[in-house]
Design a protein around this ligand. Structure first.
Ligand code: PGA
Length: 261
């Protein structure tokens, strides 16, 4: 029997919003979530503010089901790493998730499959749920390398995780060419990659583990395209950038992810 995965939708706010805007958006979202009926809000929901506002946003959502994610962390435990946040420090302030290997971090800040693998290990050591981002560039897709690139990223990202840890990990497929561009993968293109990721996790671990890992799609997810994407068999939610900055759009995507599974 197939395991019923709970959808998970996370808003990646990136380096946007002022302190006031961030706390207002968090409060607004809480109100919206409270007003959703049962079944309309069955998705697990998270928000990822910029690092300086993590504590303020965590204070706003305290006592609710809304989880907070950081967007980056060091894989080191502590020490002379100026500008970095340690895994235990993020856990200390109440973060629930950590986004790792986002394509913007890979492109501009030198994150690699190797550093993602170490950070995923470090996240589980302190009880943070990693959201492991993978995805191909446009030229890799055009050259027919999508699955080779993505499955390699998956393999490396999960490399240091036990079966139990893997089952409690989220993996986000985000084609680089779809991030912030308004170009989304078609539901079929996304499903093909999600299916391949799940098959690969089955080979790396087992069917039970592969059945439990939640696979998000990310890349220009909007209310208008979420229904097609979220109804795919292996798409278990979304990592949402731009549309998560607007409470109406984000609420609609949460609603769709909750009901379209
Ligand atoms: P986007 O960003 O929804 O603005 O394309 C997604 C992401 O980077 O996670």
């Amino acid at each position: 029997m197939t395991y019923k995965r709970r959808p998970v939708v996370v808003g990646n706010w990136k380096m946007n919003l002022s302190l006031t805007e961030a706390t207002e958006l968090a409060r607004g979202l809480l109100e919206r979530l409270a007003s959703l009926g049962e079944g309309e809000s069955s998705a697990e929901v998270g928000i990822a503010p910029s690092t300086p506002f993590l504590s303020a946003v965590i204070n706003c959502v305290e006592g609710s089901d809304l989880g907070v994610s950081a967007q980056h962390m060091s894989h080191h435990r502590s020490g002379a790493f100026t500008g970095e946040s340690a895994p235990s420090q993020l856990a200390d302030i109440g973060c629930r998730y950590i986004i790792l290997g986002h394509s913007e971090r890979r492109q501009y800040y030198g994150e690699t499959n190797e550093s993602v693998s170490l950070a995923a290990r470090a996240a589980h050591d302190v009880g943070l749920t990693p959201i492991l981002c993978v995805g191909e560039t446009l030229s890799q897709r055009d050259d027919g390398e999508t699955l080779a690139v993505v499955l390699k990223q998956v393999e490396e990202a999960f490399k240091l995780l036990s079966a139990e840890e893997a089952a409690h990990t989220i993996c986000a497929y985000e084609p680089v060419w779809a991030i912030g561009t308004g170009r989304t993968a078609t539901p079929e293109q996304a499903q093909d990659v999600h299916y391949a990721i799940r098959q690969h996790l089955k080979e790396l671990y087992s069917e039970q583990v592969a059945d439990r890992v939640r696979l998000q799609y990310g890349g220009s997810v909007k209310p208008g395209n979420a229904t097609g994407l979220m109804s795919q068999a292996d798409i278990d939610g979304a990592l949402v950038g731009g549309a998560s900055l607007d409470v109406d759009s984000f609420q609609t995507i949460i609603h769709i992810a909750s009901t379209d599974q």
